[in-house]
Design a protein around this ligand. Sequence first.
Ligand SMILES: Nc1nc2c(c(=O)[nH]1)N[C@H]1C(S)=C(S)[C@@H](COP(=O)(O)OP(=O)(O)OC[C@H]3O[C@@H](n4cnc5c(N)ncnc54)[C@H](O)[C@@H]3O)O[C@H]1N2
Ligand code: MOO
Ligand SMILES: [Mg+2]
Length: 414
Amino acid sequence: MDDCSDGHAGQALPVAAARERLSALVAPVTDTEVVALAQLPGRVLAEAVSSPIAVPGADNSAMDGYALRADDLAEDVRLEVIATIYAGHPFQGQVGPRQAVRIFTGAPVPEGADTVVMQEHVAVDPDGRIGFTRLPRPGDNIRPAGEDIPLGAEVMGPGTLLRAAEIGVLASIGHDRALVYRRPRVAVLATGDELVPPGQPLAPGQIHDSNSATLGAMLWRLGVEVVDLGRAGDDPQTLERLFRDAAARCDAIVTSGGVSVGDADHVMPTLKRIGELHLWKIAMRPGRPLAFGRIDRCWFFGLPGNPVSVMATFHQIVQPALQRMMGMAPRPPLTLRATLQGGLRKKPGRTEFSRGILGHGEDGRLVVASAGRQGSGILSSMIRANCFIVVPQDSGSLEDGAEVDVQPFDGFVW
Ligand SMILES: Nc1nc2c(c(=O)[nH]1)N[C@H]1C(S)=C(S)[C@@H](COP(=O)(O)OP(=O)(O)OC[C@H]3O[C@@H](n4cnc5c(N)ncnc54)[C@H](O)[C@@H]3O)O[C@H]1N2
Ligand code: MOO
Ligand SMILES: [Mg+2]
């Protein structure tokens, strides 16, 4: 059965269309809060930030050496050293003709001087005067005021994901906090009568719930607030109660399992009954029977139960939508072209995200090979893989040597 009887979603939607539908519906969380620097990694900036200062604030030395006047650059000249300047200790005086100052990296260049010679290129006479063993060019080794950030420059805009570099720039312009969007609160629920939490023994027919752990890790890496709802059995009443509770206090719910067409698959009908179903089934493999909708103001992502389907649908569908909720500017996944080694079996009909191992061939070109068996229950192969090989929906099997798109796991969520 490939139909969704409410008419919202008939055939499985192509991946690009599913992404478009989600991004048209899901809006950023609008609440903001002020957060201190140490808590900023992974947060999203909610305002434009301009620099109240120039960075650096003054011309300063890039080397340990001597600051002097370019006019005095000559082989046979001798300069009198009139002061020593350390970083943090500006010199108030002037450097006149035939004068130099001893200067260290980061120290402000005094008035009159316009060139720094590194100390390795200087000979010091017994009387303390200096000459050159190698002549610098005029202006050498001076970092001009504002060379990193001019006074008043806008350094980043709203929607910027704050990583180490962004947080460092905020610090460099003197900000010890930033206005950021509130982190979306995302509930995680694993469904299935067979599920037992890790740490407890298995009875016959049971399996450990790995999806909660995988989803928790991916959501943590993404930077949302995770609410772990644990596990629910395949019972519509229980699901309804948990969905309603989560919808009342979360911005999104991510479930796994029970979303296909089996008699114990109650997630999609429950969502339809108590909320809105916007989309069911995406033409992707793994991950076809994904259900997306909302309950009141809470977005709902019903992911398939198979562990690799969870990771693939999270990467392709859930993550971009949550990034949008986080207020982030869209970041399409990095896609590279590589030469396939060894071929790939595929039937036309769904875009396939095959686990691949990407590297360089002998001629230096990018090559990719299958990470092994591609069953959607084979989670351990995600450890070996370092990319998805993206095989288009209408494509059949690919031969050895075919050119393919690959999406490297970017270290952000994986
Ligand atoms: N007749 C059809 N059967 C199936 C179809 C179909 O189109 N027609 N689609 C298949 C595809 S594709 C997928 S994907 C799965 C999705 O099934 P569900 O979302 O209903 O997931 P479950 O049936 O609950 O579980 C599938 C599989 O995953 C294991 N699982 C579930 N939860 C967890 C967990 N938290 N941790 C680890 N493993 C979990 C579960 O035991 C099952 O083995 O449906 C196909 N069937
Ligand atoms: O869509 Mo499913 O994840 O192929 O087994
Ligand atoms: Mg099922």
